[in-house]
Write a new protein. Structure first.
Ligand code: PXG
Length: 438
């Protein structure tokens, strides 16, 4: 079969992809195991990106595969509206068990986008439940990514994701992003400068009147925008301002959750607690789509104070889907067996040294990292933004290493089972690619 000809006319409208460009020269993955993919023509590719920031335990892990196989044969689907199945309760309990103190409730969704929209809706409903129904505003941050649904898009801060989709949700404002190349380029871990960027929240609140603001949502480390690590003291200051004004702080932990930063969740890594946080991706090791919102006990309780009846008019057909719950339990077992939720901490220095070895490489204007998350930012080629990173990505793939690129930034988030030699291989491949890119 001539795959190229078939693909050019394929019915598959690919997401976030230059369809025509891709279909002319497709890159097809056919199999995966542990740290590796194999292409359709049999080449082995080291996964420097955990799939799409999600396969934290590596690919096709036996406990997860077996759990899903068993569940699909036993009960494929069951509703969670006014019905229940034990595995959903079990998985929620297990999740609450690894969450920071007081995050005792879990609302199931099917993706990070749905988690963001669910968290925003819970925040609005909570404010109303406690008699603060005038708080309708939602605040996001420039360069933030909270998925593609209307709520997450509205609070998101990447212009290309918003500009053609109309006015969207009313009452949304944004605070400044935290990227400061001039002062913080080549920072190892959290940058020194920029705690004061949190004060833009104070300004936005003053402008709109803080008593109209329901919630602020940020990624603890911005992922899609190119791994923007929060400056020291920044998240602490956001927390203080939210608390002072009765505003809920939502952390979007879709990428940072499940061990990416060397702790189960970013809030634990930074010692800053939100009121709600969202997850997806690593929750099921990417095996079956699923997301969730973790809710602090006091927020949940305020819903339960209402007269009996449905407390929250929200939910998805597949909230708590049995296959996803089975995958999730197999995932948590795998994380626990191998200590993966904290393994990133022991590899952080190795990862940091390896990625910073690219300082001084051609085109590189910044290197940044935290946990097993890192980025290398390139000087854009004049008149061709994004071209250099795209070409470097292609060269790495040809050399057998999968990385991610966004704009002119290369991003890295290997599975948490990665070994030192594999970390070195990833950054050697990037170094070679950069020598070949003009
Ligand atoms: N929040 C955050 C912080 C994310 O990173 C979402 C929400 C949305 O999740 P879903 O499951 O609806 O896609 C994400 C997703 C990239 C990239 O290249 C990042 C994501 C997805 C695809 C690509 O950086 N993050």
């Amino acid at each position: 079969m001539n795959k190229r000809v078939d693909l050019q006319a394929s019915a598959f409208w690919m997401p976030y992809t230059a369809n025509r460009q891709f279909k002319k020269a497709p890159r097809l993955l056919a199999r995966a195991e542990g740290m590796y993919y194999w292409t359709a023509d049999g080449r082995q590719v080291l996964d420097g990106q955990a799939g799409l920031w999600c396969v934290n335990a590596g690919h096709c892990r036996p406990k997860i595969v077996q759990a899903v196989q068993k569940q699909v044969a036993e009960m494929d689907f069951a509703p969670t509206f006014n019905m229940g199945h034990p595995i959903a309760f079990e998985f929620a309990e297990r999740l609450a068990g690894i969450a920071p103190d007081r995050f005792t409730r879990v609302f199931f969704t099917n993706s990070g986008s749905e988690s963001a929209d669910t968290a925003l809706k819970i925040a609005l409903a909570y404010q109303r439940a406690r008699g603060e129904g005038q708080r309708f505003r939602l605040i996001g941050r420039e360069r933030g990514y909270h998925g593609v649904n209307f709520g997450g898009m509205a609070v998101g801060g990447i212009p290309a994701n918003r500009k053609v989709f109309g006015p969207g949700v009313a009452g949304v404002a944004h605070i400044r992003h935290t990227h400061d190349l001039q002062r913080n380029a080549f920072s190892r871990g959290q940058p020194q400068h920029g705690a004061e960027f949190a004060d833009t929240l104070e300004q936005v609140c003053a402008f709109h009147d803080p008593s109209t603001v329901a919630a602020v949502i940020v990624e603890p480390v911005a992922g899609s925008a190119g791994v923007l690590v929060p400056p020291k003291g920044y998240l602490e200051r956001l927390r203080e301002i939210c608390t002072k004004h009765g505003i809920l702080l939502i952390f979007d932990e879709v990428i940072t959750g499940f061990g990416r930063l060397g702790q189960p969740f970013a809030s634990q890594r930074f010692g800053v607690m939100p009121d709600l946080f969202t997850v997806a991706k690593g929750m099921t090791n990417g095996t079956v789509p699923m997301g969730a919102v973790f809710v602090k006990d006091s927020i949940y309780e305020s819903f339960m104070d209402a007269p009996e009846g449905i407390e929250l008019f929200h939910g998805y057909t597949y909230s708590g889907h049995p296959l996803a719950c089975a995958a999730g339990i197999g995932t948590l077992d795998t994380y626990a067996d191998e200590g993966l939720l904290t393994r990133g901490a022991s590899l952080e220095k190795t990862f940091e040294d390896a990625i910073h070895s690219l300082k001084g490489a051609r085109h590189v204007i910044d290197v940044r990292n935290l946990g097993l998350m890192g980025a290398v930012e390139l000087e854009p080629r004049p008149g061709q933004p994004g071209a250099r990173a795209y070409e470097a990505f292609l060269k790495c793939f040809e050399a057998g290493v999968l990385v991610r690129y966004t704009g002119d930034t290369l991003a890295f988030s290997p599975p948490l089972i990665v070994e030192k030699a594999q970390i070195e291989r990833i950054f050697d491949a990037v170094g070679d690619a950069l020598k070949a890119v003009h």
